[in-house]
Design a protein around this ligand. Structure first.
Ligand SMILES: NC(=O)c1ccc[n+]([C@@H]2O[C@H](COP(=O)([O-])OP(=O)(O)OC[C@H]3O[C@@H](n4cnc5c(N)ncnc54)[C@H](O)[C@@H]3O)[C@@H](O)[C@H]2O)c1
Length: 339
């Protein structure tokens, strides 16, 4: 059986999934796309060829699809996921899963009720470097994990829709939730205490109307197993896309990632050396998105659990909300780990 995929939202993330399902995953086939923006929809249709196109996701849910990818702005994830599950469609929902823990629970319950898969789009869990590091940790290569630090710096300034923290949960949700998921996954534990600091250094446009908006954030955390965590997020750094992780253990350290795009270094007669920097997350994670989508199709075809669950999405949203509360109050936040 070929799994028929509908992609809801054809912006940056939606197009990545649409292309992956169109050309790279034999078990699945892109059959429909949806976007209420006429320009986005028609541009996507002309890029993707003869797939059905809809302006309203409810029309797509009534069409020939077995599963959907939700790649709309985060505030729409809950409603679309709940409606998709009720229509019997499996769901791959982009991160962040939703705006609040309650929304995440609605999505998990809807998927359970309908007995459909719900996978969350933390594609770093499918990145070769992250997967290798996780295996090394599990094999005891560095002893017990002492601390996990994950950093993501992006070249561009955030979309203005991120300025309103109440509507979007801000950069901690939109970008750092990848790092939040990574430190949970690699430490194998849940955050119990955290404190976050943030500031707006590079987005002057946001200052007057959204004084609480930040483009740079740092979170310190303690896990239930005693290990420590650190998340470092920055937007508008200009120099390139930079994701690096350090996993410190009792018997060594594992590093993931390098800001360099390749191994070539140019040494010039001027005495300067230079190398190219990773330009975009699209380049760095090209293979990881395909692996993520392939794993989703495989979980559906084989009836096996997804590798990134609704509970993982919910845990990240809980940490994002606690982080934003800490930024606002300056206080350490205590989290109750899920039972
Ligand atoms: N996993 C990743 O690395 C990654 C990367 C980028 C974005 N994302 C996530 O993907 C989601 C979308 O982000 P983006 O950067 O692609 O945004 P975007 O603004 O580029 O695209 C969003 C698209 O959704 C459409 N849309 C809005 N409301 C809709 C609705 N009700 N139904 C269908 N389509 C609708 C918009 O018209 C737009 O074309 C966000 O949750 C974001 O956090 C994840």
């Amino acid at each position: 059986m070929t799994i028929r995929i509908g992609v809801i939202g054809t912006g940056r993330a939606g197009l990545i999934h649409a292309r992956a399902f169109q050309g790279h995953i034999p078990a699945a086939r892109l059959t429909a796309i949806c976007d209420p923006g006429p320009e986005a929809l028609s541009a996507a249709r002309s890029r993707l060829g003869g797939v059905a196109g809809f302006a309203d996701y409810r029309e797509l849910l009534a069409a020939d699809v077995d599963a959907v990818v939700i790649a709309t702005p985060t505030k729409y994830h809950r409603q679309i996921a709940v409606d998709a599950a009720a229509a019997g469609k499996h769901v791959l929902c982009e991160k962040p899963m939703a705006i609040s823990e309650d929304e995440c629970r609605d999505m998990i319950e809807a998927a359970e009720r309908a007995a459909v898969k719900l996978q969350i789009g933390f594609m770093r869990r499918f990145d070769a470097g992250h997967v290798h590091a996780k295996r090394l940790v599990e094999d005891g290569a560095i002893g017990e994990v002492v601390a996990v630090k994950s950093l993501t710096h992006g070249p561009s300034v955030p979309h203005p829709w991120m300025y309103d923290l109440k509507a979007s949960n801000g950069p901690l949700a939109e970008v750092s939730s990848h790092d939040i998921d990574a430190i949970r996954w690699l430490s194998g534990s849940e955050v119990v205490d955290l404190q976050a600091f943030a500031g707006n250094y590079r987005c002057p446009d946001a200052r007057a109307e959204f004084p609480d908006f930040y483009d740079t954030v740092m979170v310190n955390a303690r896990f239930a197993n005693g290990a420590l965590g650190h998340v470092d997020g920055a937007h508008g750094v200009r120099y390139g896309y930079d994701n690096r992780v350090e996993i410190h253990g009792t018997h060594g350290r594992i590093d993931i990632g390098d800001v360099s795009a390749d191994r070539v270094v140019v040494h010039e007669e001027t005495g300067r050396s230079s190398r190219d920097i990773v330009a975009s997350w699209r380049d760095l994670y090209r293979e990881a998105y395909i692996a993520e989508d392939r794993a989703f199709a495989q979980a559906i075809a084989e009836g096996t659990p997804v590798r990134v669950s609704g509970e993982d999405g919910l845990a990240a949203v809980r940490i994002v909300c606690a982080g934003n509360a800490s930024i606002a109050s300056g206080a350490i936040q205590r989290l109750t780990p899920p039972q």
